[in-house]
Design a binder for this molecule. Structure first.
Ligand code: PAF
Length: 280
């Protein structure tokens, strides 16, 4: 069956009324192999696969790239069709926010750390639109990428704390051969920045190796890694070793960890992470 494109909530609800096991992949478009991996996971899980493409103004700060965020609808639809999605929901901003969204989800305190420290209100905007999309699509399963590890954590909290009957499935980060995590924002990088960008993942790999060799001075590792990238011209937002279960700063008692980083090449902000385990 060919991909159906639906842009208004009423038509989507009417179309989905006949479906009983929907797998949902929310996106902001400019789709790459990372998104397609999520759609394929959704295809394995659901009888009906719905993807949404909506660049959500609520999650962008005043000086961020909302206006320039790449919009590639035609190519996105071709990719979704090829990946086996049934429906793409492409609402306008006025369809999702017909009036000012004065009620918002207040994301948990962890939303003010890591990416949230540099992007105040970002995760409130993400949680609010995801809650709205969940209410519109009413999926049984929703798929999110692990590259946005903090986002995934907050969505899981949203589902848990609001008792939403939705299974959250996490897709592995997809990478270029160089290790660079696939991201819509990689398209902003020039050739030399793109070459340098692979160092972010390499730095996280070195952190993991260091911890797995027995170094438990997480604070020193974070500082050294940050200084290393800064010397090479990066503007580092954070490098942090956290508990994978709670996202709290890792303690020597934690065994399931995640090393996370956000840093800028020029004006392009890149994020990445590696989950790993140690014997505590
Ligand atoms: O990860 C994204 O693309 C967005 O944050 C999401 C989940 C689609 C909400 O706008």
């Amino acid at each position: 069956m060919a991909l159906e494109t639906i842009s208004d909530i009423a038509s989507l609800r009417a179309r989905l009324a006949q479906e009983n096991y929907i797998a949902f992949v929310p996106t902001m478009g400019n789709l790459h192999a990372g998104h397609i991996h999520l759609v394929k996971l959704a295809r394995e899980k659901g009888q009906c696969v719905v993807a949404s493409i909506f660049v959500n103004p609520l999650q962008f700060g005043a000086n961020e790239d909302l206006a320039s965020y790449p919009r590639t609808l035609e190519a996105d639809c071709e990719k979704l069709d090829a990946a086996g999605a049934d429906i793409v929901f492409t609402p306008s901003a006025s369809e999702i926010y017909p009036a000012e969204q004065t009620m918002r989800i207040s994301a948990p305190p962890i939303a003010n750390e890591l990416c949230g420290a540099a992007r105040p209100g970002h995760f409130d905007g993400v949680a609010t639109v995801v809650m709205k999309l969940f209410n519109i699509v009413r999926p049984s399963v929703a798929v999110f990428g692990k590259k946005d590890f903090q986002q995934l954590f907050i969505i899981r909290e949203l589902v848990r704390q609001f008792n939403l009957p939705i299974e959250i499935v996490a897709g592995e980060t997809q990478r270029e051969a160089s290790g660079l995590a696939l991201s819509s924002r990689n398209g902003y990088l020039n050739a030399s920045q793109r070459l340098e960008a692979q160092r972010l993942y390499r730095t996280l790999q070195l952190i993991v190796e260091n911890v797995q060799k027995g170094n438990r001075d997480y604070s020193a590792i974070e500082t050294q890694s940050s200084q290393y990238l800064t010397q090479l011209g990066w503007i580092v937002d954070y490098i942090s070793i956290r508990s994978a279960a709670t996202l709290a700063p890792a303690t020597p008692q934690d065994s399931d960890l995640v090393a996370l980083a956000a840093a800028r090449q020029g004006r392009t902000r890149l994020i990445d992470n590696i989950e790993f385990s140690i014997s505590a």
